[in-house]
Design a protein. Structure first.
Lengths: 116, 113
């Protein structure tokens, strides 16, 4: 009964490769997010989608491309992986109960990406 | 610029002791304020949030936080810590027109028996 799930949990790959991380939520939420947590535990938002539309796009390299085939899924594709991409990537979702922000976000367990 | 500061990187307390984790924010207006907890190998779980009204907010697992506008602070407290509270705690602010969250750098809590 996992609310927000991510696959894979661990991903080890070589520099220059292309990889994808998948996220699914079964909460019926309209909005999904990707966050990056670096080695110092600093957590920063990358993207958010609302009903398959891109809402937030932080200053993330073009090598990162989110894709939302439907509102229950938000996948993250990364091209030409670099050493600095090593991090834990968290997916999250929320439902807009309050107009104007502040809605609770539910996080997945994370995907630990290691680029060698 | 919007920012969140958690001055304590690492805190160690004995089980049963009281706890206070500090959080200061920088924002033009009163934002939404959150505390999340991250257990090892897990995602983040919301402990509590402040939107408006009563400045003392009650959360899950016996936690509470107090919003002090004059100090731009939102400190998290618990009167008696349990060993299972050992985790990483994140304070976050959210501007009032978006669901974007800005996180602090976290405070790692260790609990000794």
């Amino acid at each position: 009964d996992t609310a927000v799930s991510q696959t894979p949990k661990y991903l080890v790959t070589q520099m220059g490769n292309d990889k994808s991380i998948k996220c699914e939520q079964n909460l019926g939420h309209d909005t999904m997010y990707w966050y990056k947590q670096d080695s110092k535990k600093f957590l920063k938002i990358m993207f958010s989608y609302n009903n398959k539309e891109l809402i937030i796009n932080e200053t993330v390299p073009n090598r990162f491309s989110p894709k939302s085939p439907d509102k229950a899924h938000l996948n993250l594709h990364i091209n030409s992986l670099e050493l600095g991409d090593s991090a834990v990537y968290f997916c999250a979702s929320s439902q807009e109960e309050l107009a104007g922000g502040g809605n609770e976000q539910f996080f997945g367990p994370g995907t630990r990406l290691t680029v060698l | 610029a919007q920012s969140v500061t958690q001055p304590d990187i690492h805190i160690t307390v004995s089980e049963g002791a009281s706890l206070e984790l500090r959080c200061n924010y920088s924002y033009g207006a009163t934002p939404y304020l959150f505390w999340y907890v991250q257990s090892p190998g897990q995602g983040l779980q919301l402990l509590l949030k402040y939107f408006s009204g009563d400045t003392l907010v009650q959360g899950i697992k016996g936690f509470e936080a107090e919003f002090k506008r004059s100090q731009s602070s939102f400190n998290l407290r618990k009167p008696s810590v349990h060993w299972s509270d050992a985790a990483e705690y994140f304070c976050a602010v959210g501007p009032r027109n978006t669901d974007k969250l800005i996180f602090g750098t976290g405070t790692r809590l260790q609990v000794f028996p």
